[in-house]
Design a protein around this ligand. Structure first.
Ligand code: TRP
Length: 446
């Protein structure tokens, strides 16, 4: 028997949709535009797309093959393929990162819920007042955490796969309609220029790190999500083809989200570098201008909430799979304990948008506010570090020969040359690039 009782995806398309569901989320529609805005626009977009193709895609294939070979969570996967006691620590880092990312991601996901409720029950409170209200912030954060828990308790197939199926096409169509509307707004062409006309003087070491971090974040890489999801796929699955489909759809949605936001942003005369509140400040203004905007805004935030849910589920799934496999906890116990820990860790993020003066204005590592700091630390540092070790492990410890053997189970005789290119990327190009970006940030090159 090739699969065990841990669960397995119900179908080929089911897996691609679930992996794309994990990848596509607030990272594309909330984080990507604000990071592009902070890093100067079009030139950053080019660096980002390069990172996605040259580093993201090979690392995604590496994580999926590691998961499928071992059918284990990240900690178990590293442990089972090496004798060293050090490697499982990459898995532990992933488990901790899962809780860390989830803790601030759920706060933003809570904003989508808040937006939905505020459309249905109109209030006079504007968005800035909404995010500065501690009761609402913590309430919606907790609400979204509960939704995530309900889905994860349902298990792999029924819980996760079912949710992923209808979302993408709907989100895609809505994005296209919003783009065509926003491009007609007065003054929108300045936004198109900001987003599409590169000014290379804006690229620095920190820009490249931000692009790399965003690539890892958006593709759900570097913390074992894709190892865990890979552990639920069948040997017949064609990993390179599925990975390419996930990368292309995720990148397309992000690129479109930028095209939706920047024309509107310039049209209403707002600042591109305003940070995490960007989309939530711009979009409501657009919906006010638009005929039928209240309804469209509602539809948009409902879809965004579902997109966020398929991502929070994949984040929670990593620590849960770890506790279930390695510590033999019941699924229920694992989910409750991780959820409680996440809530506690997330409290400062929830209070960092105006509720607490200190958490809102603190300046650390070039970031303003606790939530931005969490988003920076976990995405730009923890994920690329995890990705670096995945490359070293697959490239040099488990070995690309073994990995290719695993990957080939689903690809037939096709693509010898492709494997050769992949080996080169995983062994040399990806880890060296990540290393250089880090050394540069820490000032090694002066
Ligand atoms: N990729 C998701 C998004 O873009 C977020 C996410 C889910 C994630 N699982 C992850 C990010 C694992 C990093 C690692 O919204």
């Amino acid at each position: 028997m090739e699969q065990n009782e841990r669960g397995v995806w119900g179908s080929r398309l089911g897996f691609i949709l679930a992996a794309a569901g994990s990848a596509i989320g607030l990272g594309n529609i909330w984080r990507y535009p604000y990071v592009v805005g902070e890093n100067g626009g079009a030139a950053f977009v080019l660096v980002y797309v390069t990172c996605v193709l040259v580093i993201g895609l090979p690392v995604l294939i590496a994580e999926l093959s590691l998961g499928r070979r071992t059918t284990l969570n990240p900690v178990g996967a590293f442990r089972s393929l090496s004798n060293s006691k050090a490697w499982p620590w990459v898995g532990y880092l992933g488990v901790a990162t899962g809780v860390g990312i989830l803790s601030f991601y759920l706060v933003i996901a809570g904003w989508t819920l808040g937006y939905i409720v505020r459309t249905l029950i109109p209030t006079t409170e504007d968005f800035t007042q909404f995010v500065a209200n501690p009761v609402e912030e913590l309430g919606y954060f907790l609400g979204f955490l509960c939704l995530t828990v309900i889905v994860v308790l349902g298990g792999v197939e029924k819980g996760i796969e079912r949710w992923s199926k209808f979302l993408m096409p709907a989100l895609f169509v809505l994005l296209l309609s919003l783009i065509s509307y926003n491009l007609t707004l007065e003054g929108s062409s300045a936004g198109v220029e900001f987003y599409l006309k590169p000014d290379f003087s804006k690229i620095h070491g920190s820009t490249i790190l931000a692009a790399l971090g965003q690539a890892f974040f958006s593709l759900s890489l570097g913390m074992g999500t894709m190892i865990t999801y890979g552990s639920y796929i069948s040997k017949r699955e064609n990993i390179p083809v599925s990975a390419t489909a996930v990368v292309l759809s995720d990148t397309l949605i992000a690129l479109l989200a930028g095209l939706m936001i920047f024309p509107a942003l310039f049209s209403v005369g707002m600042e591109p570098s305003q940070g995490p509140a960007l989309v939530f400040n711009v979009l409501p203004r657009v919906f006010e201008l638009m005929p039928g905007g209240a309804f469209i805004g509602l539809a948009f935030f409902v879809l965004l909430a579902i997109a966020a849910l398929t991502s929070t589920v994949s984040l929670l799934e990593v620590p849960v799979a770890f506790l279930v496999d390695e510590r033999k906890w019941s699924r229920k116990k694992a989910v409750s304990i991780i959820a409680a820990a996440t809530f506690v860790v997330g409290i400062p993020s929830a209070l960092s948008q105006g509720s607490s003066e200190l958490l809102t204005t603190m300046q650390v590592a070039g970031q303003t506010g606790f939530l931005s700091l969490m988003s920076h630390l976990f995405s730009n540092l923890s994920l690329p570090i995890g990705g670096f070790f995945v490359c070293i492990f697959v490239g040099w410890v488990w070995g690309t020969k073994n990995a290719v053997e695993e990957i080939k189970l689903g690809t037939g005789e096709t693509a010898q040359r492709i494997f050769w290119g992949w080996e080169l990327l995983v062994k040399y190009v990806c880890p060296l690039t990540i290393l250089i970006v880090f050394l540069n940030i820490f000032g090694v090159f002066g």
